[in-house]
Write a protein that binds this ligand. Structure first.
Ligand SMILES: *Cc1c(COP(=O)(O)O)cnc(C)c1O
Length: 495
C-alpha cells in the first residue's frame, strides 16, 4: 500500500517514509491511497482478541512494510500494564441503556494522546531503520496541552531521537504545564510560546518549512519530523480503539453483529474523529460521527454551512485541548470527500492560508452532512454537565468529555436518534482539577498539586498514579519565547 500527499497524488511513498517524514514536502498530509476493508467476519475475529492483538491486526493492514512480529512486539511494549492502568487498555463503560463511554486516558500521561504516542516512537524508529536514515530525528511538537506531555513521555530517552515541545504560555492547565516542565529524559526540551495554540502551531509549521534551519540542522546531523496528528503514525493507532470499542460491545452482547452505533468525539485538530471516519470506511457499522466543539466552534459552523472560516475570535476555554481554529486533519477528510481531488484540496488550503476561509462544493457538503452531525457547548454548560454526570451517574468526567456529552444530548433532542452511542472520553478529570472542582460546587481551591488530593477527597476517586507522582517533582524547564524567536530556541535546545 502506498501513501500520497493530500495536495499532490503523484507524491507517493511507503508507510515507513510517510511516518519518518511526518508531513509531505508540499505541505500536504500523507494519507493511504486506498483503505483496507475488514472482511464480514473480521469484526467477529477481532471480538475475541486482546487490545494488543486488535492493534496488530488493524495496523498490519496499513503497514505492509512492517512484519506482524514487529508490530506484535510494538503493541506489547506500547500497551503493557506498566504503561496503562486498565487491563482493557481502552475500556468501554456503560453510562445508561444506550450510552457508552470509551475511556482513552488510562495511559502514562492520562490523556487520549497516549493511545498513539506510546506507539509512534516504535513505528518511527523502525521506519528510520527501514529507510536507512543515518541522521538523528528531531521531533518538533506544538501542543494545546496534552500532546506535548504524551510525546515527551513516548519519546523520552528513545535512541537517535530528540524531542522539542512548544506550548502556549496561557493556554494550558496548571497540571498540564507542570507535567511538561518536570519531564525527565536526556533528549527532551520544553518551551512556552507567548500566544495561543494557533500561534504555537503556526510557528512550528514555519519551522518545518524553514529551508535555512533544515540546512543548519542537517550539518549537525539532525532532520525534522512531527509527532502532531498530521503524522500518519498518530492517526493509525487511533483507528484501533474505535474498532476495539465496537468489538467490546459485540462481545458483551450490548449489540448484535451488524448493528449500527454512533460515536461522539470532543474535537480540536480533527485527528480523533478522523480515525473514527476511517474505522467506518473499513467497515465498522458507524452511522453518525458527532463532532463536538467548545466555544471555538469553527467545525460546528463548517459542518452546518460548508464554509470553513477561521476569521473569528479565539476563546480560551476550560477544555483547552480543543481551543483550535485551524483543524489540520480536516485536510484528510476533504481529500476523502472529494474523492482524492488533490487540486481541489490544494485550492481550499491555499484559500485558508491566504484569506482564512473556503467553502466546499455542494457535492462535498452533502456527503459531509450525511456522515457528520455537529454541535458545541460553552464553559457554563460544560460545568453543568460535569455536575450532572456526577450527581446522576456517579461518573466523574473531564471538561472535554463533558463537551461531548452535552453535544450528544443536544443531538438526541434535535433528532430523536436513539442509536447506541459511544462517547469518547479524552482525558482524566484530574488533569483539570480546578474546573472540575468548581463544576462540583467547590469554591475554595487548594494550591499547586494539593488540588489533586482535594478532588480525590471530594469524590472518593483515586488520583491516577502518574499525576500523584507530580507532587515530588521540581520543574526543569522555564523558557518562554516570542513566536518570532522559535528558530533560535530550536538551535539552542539542540546544542
Ligand atoms: C487533543 C485532545 C482533544 C482533541 O483531539 P483532536 O484529535 O485534536 O481532535 C480532545 N480532548 C483532549 C483531552 C485532548 O487532549
Amino acid at each position: 500500500m502506498y501513501y500520497v500527499s493530500t495536495r499532490n497524488k503523484q507524491e507517493r511513498c511507503t508507510a515507513a517514509q510517510a511516518i519518518a517524514r511526518g508531513l509531505a514536502s508540499d505541505g500536504g498530509l500523507m494519507t493511504p491511497e486506498v483503505f483496507p476493508k475488514l472482511s464480514p467476519n473480521g469484526l467477529v475475529t477481532l471480538r475475541d482478541m486482546s487490545y494488543q492483538q486488535r492493534a496488530v491486526f488493524v495496523m498490519n493492514s496499513y503497514l505492509d512494510d512492517f512484519t506482524s512480529s514487529e508490530l506484535t512486539s510494538f503493541a506489547a511494549k506500547a500497551y503493557s500494564d506498566t504503561k496503562f492502568d486498565a487491563p482493557e487498555v481502552a475500556p468501554v463503560r456503560q453510562v445508561d441503556s444506550n450510552t457508552y463511554c470509551l475511556e482513552l486516558w488510562h495511559g502514562p500521561t492520562c490523556a487520549f494522546k497516549d493511545m498513539a504516542l506510546q506507539m509512534l516512537p516504535h513505528l518511527l524508529t523502525a521506519s528510520l531503520k527501514k529507510n536507512q536514515e543515518s541522521k538523528t530525528v528531531c521531533i518538533l511538537v506544538a501542543t494545546s496541552g496534552d500532546t506535548g506531555k504524551a510525546a515527551l513521555e513516548g519519546f523520552r530517552d528513545v535512541d537517535r531521537t530528540r524531542i522539542l515541545v512548544f506550548y502556549p504560555k496561557d493556554g494550558v492547565s496548571a497540571v498540564q504545564e507542570l507535567q511538561m516542565n518536570t519531564q525527565d529524559g536526556g533528549n527532551v526540551g520544553v518551551c512556552a510560546v507567548l500566544g495561543n495554540f494557533d500561534d504555537a502551531q503556526t510557528g512550528v509549521k514555519k519551522l518545518f518549512s524553514d529551508e535555512n534551519l533544515r540546512e543548519k540542522l542537517a550539518e549537525q546531523g539532525f532532520f525534522l519530523s512531527s509527532a502532531n496528528s498530521i503524522n500518519w503514525g498518530r492517526v493509525l493507532p487511533q483507528i484501533v480503539y474505535y474498532i476495539s470499542a465496537y468489538c467490546d460491545l459485540l462481545r458483551d452482547e450490548k449489540i448484535q453483529k451488524g448493528d449500527p452505533i454512533n460515536v461522539c468525539v470532543p474535537t480540536g485538530n480533527f485527528g480523533n474523529i478522523l480515525a473514527a471516519y476511517y474505522a467506518k470506511e473499513m467497515g465498522v457499522p458507524i452511522n453518525r460521527l458527532i463532532c463536538a466543539s467548545n466555544s471555538n466552534n469553527v467545525l460546528t459552523d463548517f459542518i452546518s454551512t460548508g464554509q470553513y472560516d477561521r476569521n473569528r475570535d479565539f476563546h480560551n476555554t476550560i477544555s483547552p485541548s480543543m481551543d483550535i481554529l485551524i483543524s489540520s486533519n480536516l485536510e484528510r477528510m476533504l481529500f476523502a470527500l472529494s474523492e482524492q481531488d488533490d487540486a481541489l484540496v490544494r485550492e481550499y488550503m491555499n484559500q485558508l492560508a491566504t484569506v482564512g476561509l473556503y467553502k466546499v462544493s455542494p457535492a462535498i457538503q452533502s456527503k459531509l452532512n450525511r456522515i457528520f452531525a455537529a454541535g458545541f457547548c460553552d464553559d457554563v454548560q460544560t460545568k453543568r454537565v460535569i455536575g450532572q454526570m456526577w450527581q446522576e451517574h456517579n461518573y466523574l468526567i473531564d471538561p472535554h468529555t463533558a463537551v461531548a456529552f452535552d453535544v450528544l444530548n443536544q443531538y438526541r433532542e434535535r433528532t430523536g436518534d436513539s442509536t447506541p452511542t459511544v462517547v469518547v472520553s479524552t482525558a482524566s478529570p484530574f488533569k483539570f482539577c480546578d474546573s472540575v472542582l468548581s463544576a462540583l460546587g467547590v469554591s475554595e481551591l487548594a494550591q499547586g498539586t494539593a488540588i489533586l488530593d482535594q478532588l480525590s477527597q471530594h469524590t472518593g476517586v483515586p488520583v491516577p498514579t502518574p499525576l500523584a507522582a507530580l507532587k515530588n517533582k521540581t520543574p526543569r524547564f522555564n523558557q518562554v519565547v516570542n513566536k518570532e524567536f522559535m528558530v533560535d530556541q530550536v538551535l539552542e535546545m539542540l546544542k
